[in-house]
Design a protein around this ligand. Structure first.
Ligand code: PLP
Length: 285
């Protein structure tokens, strides 16, 4: 058997009575500590895309005005020496918010796309128009989830042997697609969708198909913890995240990791995990 790869980020055990009273052991994989400018799944997803971006000289990608992905791509371009273009959903608002200002400081050129066209951003005629304007570029989809990103996230799965269930939040699905593919037989992955709509299972399956030609690993998606949809929060979620920070000294972001952690503890409470299971939650950013 090949030994597991050297882990890129630490695992810590949480003393949390909500898990303990169900006979579970709960751990966090602090992937947020993996890289100062490209934390968590950003580093995992960008790693294998850097080579092709450098070959093309320019990387173009898409995101909302507060996108972590846009910010991370700009940083990757600055660090690894390729030009970056960020196509931002909607209209320009000046002054730029902190996230876009940071992207611009890292050298990213920002351009804006109206919301109707943005919905069709990956369709051939829209991409063609972008090429007419910007010339040659390497296109990275919104959220950075492509086959190479999935392979990068599979390395995360290979780093966590010995856990029965490995959990992550899902936005565009690339992290779960790779994580599940990298796990060993007997391990399973659970993704917590942060968007409303129930389409995440299909997205993850599509990404695994793109990366491997078919489904890989044992995984499922929980659709009941989106708290109203992307970037929505509720008083319950806020109270949960504040309490989690007090108990464990870990600040969960409301968009992704708080929803996952709330879901993990709710499933534990419902008896969804077998007694004695070792549950690992990935802090993805
Ligand atoms: C902190 C964090 N966690 C999780 C995700 C979701 O990952 P994915 O889009 O691969 O499902 C994102 C967005 O990419 C993120 O910024």
């Amino acid at each position: 058997m090949t030994p597991p790869p050297e882990p890129a980020s630490p695992v810590v055990e949480l003393a949390d009575e909500r898990a303990a009273r169900r006979g579970l052991r709960l751990f966090l994989k602090r992937d947020d500590l993996v890289h100062p400018e490209l934390p968590g799944n950003k580093w995992r997803k960008l790693r294998h895309n850097i080579g092709p971006a450098r070959e093309h000289g320019t990387l173009l990608t898409f995101g909302g005005a507060y996108s972590n992905h846009i910010r991370a791509v700009a940083a990757a371009g600055g660090i690894h020496g390729f030009a970056t273009i960020g196509v931002i959903r909607g209209e320009e608002h000046l002054p730029l918010n902190a996230s876009l200002a940071h992207a611009e400081r890292m050298g990213m050129r920002l351009t804006y796309m109206d919301r109707t066209t943005y919905r069709r951003k990956h369709e051939p005629d829209v991409v063609e128009a972008l090429h007419e304007r910007w010339g040659d570029f390497y296109l990275l989809p919104e959220g950075g989830s492509n086959a190479l990103a999935v392979r990068g996230c599979a390395e995360l799965g290979a780093e966590v042997p010995g856990f029965d269930v490995v959990c992550c939040p899902c936005g565009t699905g690339g992290t779960l697609a790779g994580l599940a593919a990298g796990l060993a037989p007997g391990q399973r992955a659970v993704g917590f969708a942060v968007l409303k709509g129930g389409f995440m299972t299909a997205k993850v399956a599509r990404l695994q198909h793109e990366a491997y030609g078919g489904r890989r690993g044992d995984w499922s998606v929980e659709d009941g913890f989106h708290f109203g949809g992307y970037a929505r929060t509720t008083p319950d979620l806020d109270a949960f995240a504040d309490d989690f920070a007090r108990r464990h000294g870990v600040v969960l972001d409301r968009i992704y990791t708080a929803k996952m952690m709330f879901g993990v503890l709710a499933l534990a409470e419902r008896g969804a995990f077998p007694e004695g299971a070792r549950i690992l939650a990935v802090i993805t950013g």
